[in-house]
Design a protein around this ligand. Sequence first.
Ligand code: XIL
Length: 702
Amino acid sequence: MKGLHRLGRRRRAVVIGLSAAAAVAGAVTLLPNSAGAATLGTQAAPSGRYFGTAVAAGRLGDSTYSTILDREFNMITPENEMKWDATEPSRGSFNFGPADQIVSHAASHGQQLRGHTLVWHSQLPTWVSGITDAATLRSVMNNHITTAMTHFKGKIHSWDVVNEAFADGSTQHRSSVFQNVLGDGFIEEAFRTARAADPAAKLCYNDYNIENWTDAKTQGVYAMVRDFKSRGVPIDCVGFQSHFGTGGPPAGFGTTLSNFAALGVDVQITELDIATAPPTAYANTVKACLNVSRCTGITVWGIRDSDSWRSTDNPLLFDSGGNPKPAYDAVISTLGAGTGSSASPSAGPSTSSSSTDQPRTKTRRVRPTASGTTASPSPSASGSLPSTFQWSSSGVLIAPKPDASHNVAGIKDPSVVYYNGKYHVFASVADSSGYSMVYLSFTDWSQAGSATQYYLDQSPIGRGYRAAPQVFYFAPQKLWYLVYQTGDNASYSTNADISNPNGWSAPKGFYSSMPTIISQNIGNGYWVDMWVICDSANCYLFSSDDNGQLYRSQTTLSQFPNGMTNTVIAAQDANRNNLFEAANVYKVQGKNQYLLIVEAIGSDGRRYFRSWTSNSIDGSWTALAASESSPFAGAANVTFPAGAWTRDISHGEMIRAGYDQTLTISPCGMQYLYQGRDPNSSTDYNSLPWRLGLLTQSNSAC
Ligand code: XIL
């Protein structure tokens, strides 16, 4: 957050109006659908995995189908719409319409996408299969890959670059126009072309009948992947289609998955269906994936039995009426059983991967209880903060919603609590005339983008400069507090019911005037980003000055919110960029430890966060991950599976383990809601197109 004073800054042309990032939004539904039962996607997410389904564009209008799709699945594979016969029915004439329908559905429902498929002998138009000349076929194949991948660039998590190239019962490639005209090298050529077309997408080889380790076909594909890895041919993942008979997976499936993973590729179950859907067969398949940390997700090949390509086998998780079958319950409980290893943080396409596959402990998400502290597991059972952080970012989850009286360009500075089955988010909104705040609530991150944004200037909080909110429940008074900046003061409002945005009281200041130490040090900075945290005796108010100082005032728990005094400099840096603004302080669950993060401005002008720890709120802070190259969170340690929509990781808040004044966070499976913006946006500071996204820690060791 920056001061209102930035209004006076010179204006430059608005390069981009509505952020292109909105178009690439592709967030996974990351957390339990707290309103009700667990779903496939939410059960898979805590261990870092997705749960997907094949989708037919033609069924999206069927509300039973789309309701199940959007409730249960956070990864989509277009069933036929990205195949060659659909996308390039005649040479050079591309049709992405039906695929785009699925892509936009996914973007608006927070689902990621697998691209399926670029080079395959089947569903291949005859104009391709009739080519006999190598130069022509090579150019046709590479043009097809490049055109399709370019069209969908930034929207596809993983591509099945080559599908089913090996012959059944053999270690050799099958006969196909590609094999027959181009020879063995066509697979390698396809992968190299694909990497050049979209370097951010994961590139997979996908096949069936490669689940049993001792099968010749499995060995053939394994040898190819080993060869590719040893020669640096780009390949990131192997998809196991897993179209099983009633017996389910072969006994050696787990061995197969871990042996492939040990080559340094991710593995996925990509087209799962099992004749008659025996619950145990489904459970065994899920277990095989959970046991391998590089098995990053499972996709079933359709939603209801009636949607299946093998519908007479009734092989799916929902019956034709859309009711979950016993196999569904088996999958849910296997995913939630807490066994197995967390999915590995995904290695970027160009990252060299470790050659071992060490199972790790599964991440369990701690849910808040009504007491404002935390649910199980007990705090002492929780882990520790790591010394380095890795994050995976969602796409844009929340964009501003201008209305007739609020011509806002950005949504910023989010504060978030999970309470009573909902996320409650407060945020600043900005336009060229200044700041105000909004409130929104939703049960699931996939709903965040569609949640109504209530403008708090309609409440007793009123109009004028109110920004950078922080919300918490102050248990001693059984009241919610909203703390925010009002320019010349840190202010607060209270409310007995967080879900009633009209219930907030009119602003009151914490200070009678700016503390002297702040006016002595603020220089040409701004007094911003007020933050309250309490321990069992005192409450502290932190604030920044955009000039290298972090301030701290305090009062007693019993006097709060009155008596904020004893203002001191809690941290300082001669280079203000290193200690700029947006400071958060949290209690680490189960530890006598506090975490401080402060937003800094990097060498490239982009925002990132540095972190420190201390054993008391008023203690001295020891660097944890505090450099631009190894930050708490920044461009250096955030990946964007759904597309890199921002280079700034800016002002936000952790998802807390509770919601009270202690601001307790779990050190495991951390999540941080932040503001980012289109890297190409360029306008006056208050008109920048800030959007909100969610970071999920991808290197949690607990
Ligand atoms: C199937 C689709 O489900 C059908 O609708 C279509 O008629 C044929 O293809 N392996 C694959 C998938 O990689 O693309 C296939 O999908 C199933 C087998």
